[in-house]
Write a protein that binds this ligand. Structure first.
Ligand code: PRP
Length: 206
């Protein structure tokens, strides 16, 4: 049996249909329940549903053999995990956004950046030699510019609706994020057949 950690929320919504296409099915009633650990219908896979940011933690520590999580989360994490497959799900952009497209040239002094992605933001502005103050938030970051907490945000954009409805526009593109399959180093060696079977089954439907 192998254990797969899945990020709750958006990634889970796209990962479960992909797994089903690969022949790995969960019982609908179980998925809709509040149980956080479930077996698939064959009993070969155990799924644990955790906060996306915790997926690399569970996989690095070997509690889960594999995980499904966005590249955005992996860029923020320092976990040492293997990355065998881009699943192409939950595609979104990582952007700098603001109310005023010219904000970067208008701000005097340090630019205040509100984000859930402190590492990504620091690396992005650092590589361009722009001094910034990072304001770490846990969500709803689109509120920060309107409320005067920050000049810009670094966040994910999928449909663009959240930005638009909060009066923000994309100032710069940082990168793209898609869901990835990650594997624990030891599981990759010790459970070669099981992990290999999972990777091949997913490769066929990606
Ligand atoms: C994500 C992201 C944006 C939003 C983008 O937030 O941080 O806020 O989705 O989606 P859109 O472009 O389709 O509107 P999420 O819903 O995960 O919640 P959060 O505010 O807690 O980060």
């Amino acid at each position: 049996m192998i254990t797969i950690a899945i990020g709750k929320g958006r990634i889970q919504e796209t990962a479960l249909p992909l797994l089903a296409r690969a022949g790995i099915c969960l019982n609908d009633d179980a998925v809709n329940s509040r149980r956080l650990a479930l077996m698939d219908q064959t009993g070969q896979y155990r799924f644990i549903f955790v906060k996306p940011a915790d997926v690399p933690v569970y996989v690095e520590h070997g509690i889960a053999d594999c995980g499904i999580v966005g590249r955005d989360v992996l860029l923020e994490s320092e976990a040492d995990v293997l990355l065998p497959l881009d699943l192409g799900i939950s595609r979104c952009r990582i952007v700098v956004a603001a109310a005023d497209r010219e904000v970067m040239t208008k701000v005097q002094g340090m630019i205040r950046v509100a984000t859930k992605y402190a590492q990504i933001a620091r690396a992005h502005f650092g590589s361009r030699g722009i001094p910034v103050e990072i304001i770490q938030l846990s969500g709803s970051v689109e509120l920060a510019p309107a409320l005067g907490l920050a000049d810009v945000i670094v966040d994910l954009v999928e449909t663009g609706i959240t930005l638009k409805e909060n009066g923000l526009t994309v100032v710069e593109e940082i990168g793209e994020s898609t869901g990835r399959l990650v594997v624990n180093r030891a599981s990759y060696q010790l459970k070669t057949d099981e992990v290999g079977r999972l990777v091949r089954a997913l490769e066929l439907v990606v």
